[in-house]
Design a protein around this ligand. Sequence first.
Ligand SMILES: *[C@@H]1O[C@H](CO)[C@@H](O)[C@H](O)[C@H]1NC(C)=O
Ligand SMILES: *[C@@H]1O[C@H](CO)[C@@H](O)[C@H](O)[C@H]1NC(C)=O
Ligand SMILES: *[C@@H]1O[C@H](CO)[C@@H](O)[C@H](O)[C@H]1NC(C)=O
Ligand SMILES: *[C@@H]1O[C@H](CO)[C@@H](O)[C@H](O)[C@H]1NC(C)=O
Length: 285
Amino acid sequence: MYLSTFCWFFLLVSFHLIACTNSAERRPVIGILAQAASLQDGDSYIFSAYVKFIEQAGALVVPLRIKESKGYYKTLFEKLNGFAYGKGDFFPILGICQGFEEFTIQRTKTFQLGRCDGLDYSSPLVFTNDARRSRMFRGLSDDLFEAMKNWNVTYNNHQYCMRTEVFNKTKQLSDFYRVLSRNVAKDGVEFISTIEAYDYPFYGTQWHPEKNIYLWSDAHVNHSAIAVKVSQYIANFFVNEARKSKHSFEVNDLANSVIFNYQPKFMGAPSFHDVYFFNNDSMVT
Ligand SMILES: *[C@@H]1O[C@H](CO)[C@@H](O)[C@H](O)[C@H]1NC(C)=O
Ligand SMILES: *[C@@H]1O[C@H](CO)[C@@H](O)[C@H](O)[C@H]1NC(C)=O
Ligand SMILES: *[C@@H]1O[C@H](CO)[C@@H](O)[C@H](O)[C@H]1NC(C)=O
Ligand SMILES: *[C@@H]1O[C@H](CO)[C@@H](O)[C@H](O)[C@H]1NC(C)=O
């Protein structure tokens, strides 16, 4: 089976990306959850694009492995950060594509997503009236806001959509998340494309901010200078949120946990994927 970049593929198994952050102002550390894989190279993986996306904004990355014990997650979680405002703690989470979809599943505890054709295309964002003053987008320069509104600079690659009408009538979602943009998939389905929680630092994009810089396959990603700035804006915004977090790693513990302990594998043409694999069973003797 070949490594698929379609985010529907691992939907029920894992997140596409949930970047959990945390840390001291001086050394932000972001956890990135691996995706399940059924590959000879390992049971899970992280595209290095996500790692570099976070690192470019001035943070360290710690991989969060899948299928580990509760203790593993609890321990890491505490170092990375607490959970929420509610407890006087600050724990930003960025959900990209499947991460976005997972946000909706976590809220409703059911699967409210519907099929749609959101595969491999770039589009502008159709901003809502709330977008310009949202936490996520109020820092955009006018130029960048206009670019996101008018140009094909946000990359979509999904086969599930959170339909606007479903979102609207699902109180667990509409009471919790402010909608910042809605888009129309290639088959005409209108879906929610960007959200932020009203009272928590949770941010979700059905689109892929990291790919404008880091995906070099034949996919319809926009690599223009302004598209790259969109990507950098989101990374900077999110890592800035992480800088507000009070938790921190002990330095040697961080050295043992940081992604630098792993080497990504280059998958060659035509995908140009550069991938971290974990738990490579075929290497166990
Ligand atoms: C996994 O192990 C096999 C067998 O040693 C090796 O051929 C393969 O390159 C390894 N994969 C990675 C990502 O290291
Ligand atoms: C944006 O993409 C659509 C197809 O998804 C295409 O019809 C349109 O021409 C593109 N716009 C620009 C400015 O490239
Ligand atoms: C990429 O974005 C630029 C604006 O920076 C736009 O001119 C161009 O049409 C977009 N390219 C595609 C393929 O959509
Ligand atoms: C969903 O709710 C928003 C905000 O209340 C509204 O503007 C929009 O028209 C609604 N759309 C649908 C399809 O229900």
